[in-house]
Design a protein around this ligand. Structure first.
Ligand SMILES: C[S@@+](CC[C@H](N)C(=O)[O-])C[C@H]1O[C@@H](n2cnc3c(N)ncnc32)[C@H](O)[C@@H]1O
Length: 201
């Protein structure tokens, strides 16, 4: 999408332009509906695909998982398929993205995806693990607030798995996380993307 409208707005003004993309992984092939006004509507983002290819696998046992900033749902749907016993919470501020994510999970027959606005998340839910292609472009202060809010809802021993572009500050984000008490390891690095594994503090 163009830079005229930010994809993290709650109600995108761009007129509807429904489209679809195929998420193709070694273990998964799923067609996902997209639209204008949401992140990476024309193709599954390369960083997202990298996270799903090389990032941590979700636990087999029933767990509470979070896709932070779900967009139209490529991460949430993959987690739900790979960990059918788990509940996958998919949150976003963009209502068009939430609607697409809900529809994509339903079309894939996934009844273990719960799509919600951040403010509608029950306060007592904590997460065994978080996956995110986080909204770096919201700015450093907002990103730090966002990560603090959700990383502090990891259970002890839990972890977050983030994909961040190097030129958008992956390495300084890793330093900030470690400095704030979330021990952070670079799990993988390819073509300008880093996958960061972040331990609960
Ligand atoms: C880089 S996109 C990733 C989208 C999707 N996970 C994917 O991989 O295609 C980041 C997402 O975070 C969402 N976002 C921005 N601010 C947020 C916030 N405060 N809380 C939750 N999600 C937010 C954006 O609307 C956007 O959909």
């Amino acid at each position: 999408m163009t830079g005229e409208q930010q994809y993290w707005t709650s109600r995108p003004e761009a007129g509807a332009r429904p489209d679809e993309v195929t998420l193709l992984l070694p273990d998964i092939e799923v067609v996902l509906q997209t639209d204008s006004g949401v992140f990476s509507a024309g193709h599954v983002d390369r960083g997202t695909r990298f996270l799903l290819m090389e990032g941590a696998r979700p636990p087999v046992l029933a767990s509470e998982l979070l896709d932070l900033g779900c967009g139209y749902g490529p991460i949430a749907c993959t987690l739900a398929m790979r960990s059918p016993e788990s509940r996958v919470w998919a949150i976003d501020v963009n209502e068009r993205a939430l609607d697409l994510c809900r529809r994509n999970a339903a079309a894939a027959g996934l009844n273990n995806v719960i799509v919600a606005k951040p403010d509608d998340m029950p306060n007592d839910v904590v997460f065994d693990a978080i996956w995110s292609n986080p909204p770096i472009r919201v700015g450093k202060a907002a990103l730090h607030d966002l990560l603090t809010t959700w990383l502090d809802r990891l259970v002890p021993g839990g972890a977050a798995h983030l994909v961040v572009q190097r030129h958008l500050g992956s390495d300084s984000l890793a330093r900030w996380l470690t400095g704030e008490g979330w021990s952070t390891q670079r799990r993988a690095s390819r073509k300008g993307f880093r996958i960061l594994d972040v331990a609960a503090r």
